[in-house]
Ligand binder design. Structure first.
Ligand SMILES: C[S@@+](CC[C@H](N)C(=O)[O-])C[C@H]1O[C@@H](n2cnc3c(N)ncnc32)[C@H](O)[C@@H]1O
Length: 279
């Protein structure tokens, strides 16, 4: 990385410009993380310093999207970590429909759509046998470019490789250009909305199942704790929260949830706070 002392003002200028350009609050992320992401774009654009990269960014509007992608990292896939989805299908959805006929799901940090469409496939396959059951999935992301892609629901063949042949046939249409488009019955279960998880306010409330996976790895401990509190407030009593495999609940907030499946990072909202721990 460029030497701290000399480059600090340039880094600040670059950060301010990027915040205005992308409407992203860089200060919400760990500084090291932002620096590493800038550095990766600086390498790709042959910029030696933060000041060089700022000049490059201003002169090349086509650099905006690669930079946005570098900062938000949108890697995702259908049925990512298969065991979690078995748990959703075999345990969580049946448990929720035991008590109600309509459920609400929030997929936070939904990227290009593979995760919310995975949820939609499982929800659809649950609803199909029960005509009086229904559900809606709200999929949100800070990055409107990936949201637009998700909404379009068009995927390359390699993206849907983990799906069974029956799932592909049932839920996708093969287009003349060889791409696969999600069929309307799945799209009808979803709505996509821009939302910043650091805004402190959930986009929807009374959530029965919330998935937020592989999003918070670059958040600070405080931001993660605030997020867990926000999720707790957005969930109904006994609502489920599914985190990413490598993510964890901090000490300050772990009592807000009951671990239901530790390996799959499945938690349930704890309605009443635990009594304070003895010293
Ligand atoms: C690595 S992808 C994870 C996608 C999916 N959840 C999965 O596990 O496959 C992380 C997503 O989080 C989004 N993201 C990052 N910071 C965010 C924020 N503050 N608010 C909402 N989404 C955010 C990124 O735009 C990106 O699409």
């Amino acid at each position: 990385m460029p030497a701290m002392d000399e480059s600090a003002p340039d880094f600040t200028h670059l950060k301010r410009h990027v915040e205005q350009l992308l409407k992203i609050q860089c200060s919400n992320y760990k500084e090291d993380y932002i620096k590493r992401r800038f550095l990766s774009r600086m390498r790709s654009t042959n910029s030696a310093t933060y000041a060089d990269y700022l000049r490059y960014l201003k002169a090349h509007p086509e650099e905006t999207e690669p930079l946005r992608n570098a900062l938000t990292i949108n890697v995702t896939e259908f049925f990512r970590d298969k065991d979690v989805w078995d748990e959703v299908k075999n345990v969580i959805l049946p448990a929720l429909f035991q008590h109600k006929k309509r459920i609400s799901i929030w997929c936070a940090g939904s990227s290009t759509g593979e995760e919310p469409y995975t949820l939609a496939i499982l929800l659809y396959e649950t609803l199909i046998n029960h005509k009086d059951w229904s559900g809606i999935i709200t999929a949100t992301d800070i990055d409107e470019v990936v949201l637009a892609k998700a909404k379009a629901g068009i995927f390359e063949e390699k993206a849907i490789q983990k799906l069974s042949a029956a799932q592909v046939q049932r839920h996708f249409t093969r287009r003349p250009d060889g791409l696969y488009e999600v069929r309307p019955h799945l799209k009808a279960l979803l709505r996509f909305r821009p939302h910043d998880l650091m805004s402190g306010v959930p986009p929807v409330r009374y959530i029965d199942l919330l998935t937020c996976r592989n999003v918070t790895i670059y958040f600070t401990e405080k931001q993660k704790d605030d997020l867990a509190r926000m999720f707790h407030s957005a969930l109904v009593s006994d609502g489920y929260y599914v985190m990413g495999k490598t993510e964890y609940l901090g000490r300050q907030v772990e009592d807000l949830f009951i671990a239901k499946n530790t390996a799959q990072k499945v938690f349930m909202k704890r309605e009443k706070p635990l009594p304070p721990r003895s010293p």
